[in-house]
Design a protein around this ligand. Structure first.
Ligand SMILES: *[C@@H]1O[C@H](CO)[C@@H](O)[C@H](O)[C@H]1NC(C)=O
Ligand SMILES: *[C@@H]1O[C@H](CO)[C@@H](O)[C@H](O)[C@H]1NC(C)=O
Ligand SMILES: *[C@@H]1O[C@H](CO)[C@@H](O)[C@H](O)[C@H]1NC(C)=O
Ligand SMILES: [Zn+2]
Length: 479
């Protein structure tokens, strides 16, 4: 299906390998708009008609032409890799889903003015819908686009297509070589085992209850990127990380969205090399529900990050490379916080050794062993291998395997050519019945703090091996 508007700009959705496609069609080179969460679809944009013809002649879906520069937003819809057992009760066809969205639009004009401070044409348009692959490309007003995730059934994810292209850069051979070098030196280190085992499980239990609002002292009801609660969480996280000796900043990336929480421990030696661990602290509910406690998605990754920071302080650890611990916002709307940050790091030619994102660490089915899932599609193989090997060494209790439940904020770094991978709760698709649900609390069956600790140990061991460290035995910060 092709829609044409004034001032042709075509978005091409392809399943071809983006690097190969770029090689065959160099005119697309400056127009990469990222990949979908599944890693199966890649977006290219161009206003050059000859280029569109050339690209469509090679294994592409139909291009969609839109009016560049208007206030509309392109939104990609895709089904997440959720196990059928979780969605048996939910028979939502793509058609019905789109009808429901259509019914939401146009929103009242006053509401749009409130959010954007400007009048916006209310519209909603289906550019392409494919009920075999369960994907759709939609065009709508910005206001609706920014909250579309809350109107979807849990198994659907929405991604706002960026308004400007990003670089399509492979991870460089020297960067891969550096990870291989770290991998080649991996062997059991008793001091690292002592450090990672020091992660406090009761502390994580406290921390998650604040973030979900299960703690009566917490005012948080939701950590959706536009909620009041997410801002409370941002400030609370900044304060907690700073207590551990990190320098933190709340960095806004898009008007109306909660900021990224970016924390750093500077290296003890003069180096630009940086190792980054992350999680996303925003969350989502579904079907218009305002409560989004995000105990698993991604409170679990967030408390793992905080547990690592608290242990760094308790053990008086200093690093030989710069270390960043980052809690991203806007993940649920299309990796928006991490895309902004990764873009910024690329523009600054940052010297990122590797990054590991933790997203959903807490849930597994009753009867299943504790697990560690690594990304099947998007990620740097060498970083994934490093994480797998360190898991075998420091968390042998975890059964390691691959998951199709890609993708989280590591994708943003992968897209910008930085070595990146993700850690996830299961070697298989998502089975958490509370996925994108108001019932995603920590106090429930299947939510396993031991598994969160085991995976946090792996993320921490990756940091310690990659960054190098010293222990100050005299330091005993209370945290
Ligand atoms: C990583 O683990 C794999 C599988 O156990 C093993 O074959 C490989 O030698 C390990 N690599 C290193 C560098 O330890
Ligand atoms: C962590 O280490 C500190 C001392 O460095 C010790 O007091 C504490 O009990 C340890 N905690 C755990 C959970 O191992
Ligand atoms: C750190 O290293 C850079 C590049 O090697 C050098 O230009 C700079 O002066 C050094 N800074 C300090 C404080 O030694
Ligand atoms: Zn998530």
């Amino acid at each position: 299906m092709v829609a044409t508007f004034l001032g042709a700009f075509s978005l091409l959705v392809t399943q071809a390998d983006p690097f190969l496609l770029h090689e065959k069609t160099p005119c697309l080179g400056v127009g990469y708009y990222g990949s979908s969460y599944s890693g199966k679809y890649h977006f290219f944009g161009t206003s050059d008609n000859a280029c569109v013809d050339l690209a469509t002649s090679s294994s592409l879906m139909q291009p969609v032409t839109v009016h560049a520069g208007d206030s509309s937003q392109l939104v990609w819809l895709e089904k997440a890799a959720v196990d059928p057992s979780v969605i048996s009760g939910e028979s939502f066809s793509l058609d019905l889903l789109i009808q429901n969205l259509q019914a939401l639009s146009p929103r009242p004009l006053e509401e749009q003015q409130q959010v954007l401070g400007a009048i916006e044409e209310p519209f909603f348009e289906v550019l392409n819908a494919d009920d075999i692959s369960n994907t759709a490309l939609l065009r709508m007003g910005r206001t609706m686009a920014l909250s579309i995730d809350t109107h979807l059934p849990p198994v659907y994810r929405s991604m706002l297509i960026p308004s400007t292209p990003m670089s399509l850069i492979p991870v460089s051979s020297p960067a891969i070589g550096r990870v291989q070098e770290i991998l080649s030196h991996v062997k059991f280190d008793p001091s690292i085992a002592g450090i990672v085992n020091n992660i406090s499980l009761p502390q994580m239990q406290n921390d998650i209850r604040f973030l979900t609002g299960e703690d009566p002292k917490s005012s948080i009801v939701s950590r959706h990127s536009f909620s009041d609660g997410v801002l409370v969480a941002a400030q609370w996280l900044k304060d907690r990380f700073e207590e551990t000796g990190a320098e933190c900043a709340l960095e806004p990336f898009l008007s109306g969205f909660a900021p990224n929480v970016i924390c750093e421990y500077s290296a003890t030696i003069n180096t630009t090399e940086t190792v980054l661990l992350s999680a996303h602290y925003d969350s989502r509910g579904s079907f218009g529900s305002t409560r989004a406690p995000g105990g698993d998605d991604d409170g679990s990754g967030t408390i793992a990050l905080l547990a690592i920071a608290r242990t760094i302080a308790r053990k008086g650890i200093t690093f030989k490379k710069n270390v960043q611990l980052v809690a991203f916002a806007g993940e649920e709307q299309g990796l928006l916080g991490s895309r902004a940050y990764a873009r910024q790091l690329r523009a600054a030619d940052a010297d990122l050794v590797l990054m590991v994102q933790a997203d959903m660490l807490g849930y597994h089915k009753a009867g299943e062993p504790a697990q560690l899932g690594l990304p099947e599609t998007i990620g740097t193989l060498e970083v994934t291998q490093l994480v797998a090997n360190l898991s075998a060494i420091y968390s042998p209790e975890l059964k390691v395997g691959f998951t199709p439940a890609c993708c989280s904020d590591h994708q943003s770094f992968h897209e910008q050519g930085f070595p990146a991978t993700q850690v996830f709760e299961r070697a298989g698709p998502i089975v958490d019945p509370m996925y994108h649900n108001s019932g995603d609390l920590s106090d429930r069956e299947g939510y396993d703090f031991e598994q969160i600790k085991s995976i946090a140990k792996v993320q921490f061991a990756t940091l310690l091996h990659a960054a190098g460290f010293d222990l100050d035995d005299k330091a005993h910060h209370e945290s």
